[in-house]
Design a protein. Sequence first.
Length: 95
Amino acid sequence: MHDMSQRYHVSSAVVVAKPAAAESVAASLAAMEGVEIFAVQDGKFVVVIEGKTSGELGATLSAISGLAGVFAANMVFEHAEDEEAFADERRTDAA
């Protein structure tokens, strides 16, 4: 059985903000640990959320939903894999 602390979790979400609040929402998202803004258009943000557990992703999404100026924050995709497998994909040696 896998130790859940050794899992890498990533999700994407769409965040919809009031147009007048888009700049402040962008600043808040950029300041959040494990959150990266991937794209922005007309007050809509595509973000990537990373964490150690699915619950951590959900908590981050809830925090985003509670930001001033946010109308909605909806998870679109979630993926998890062993960190060891993820690290192996980044190997650069020929072994």
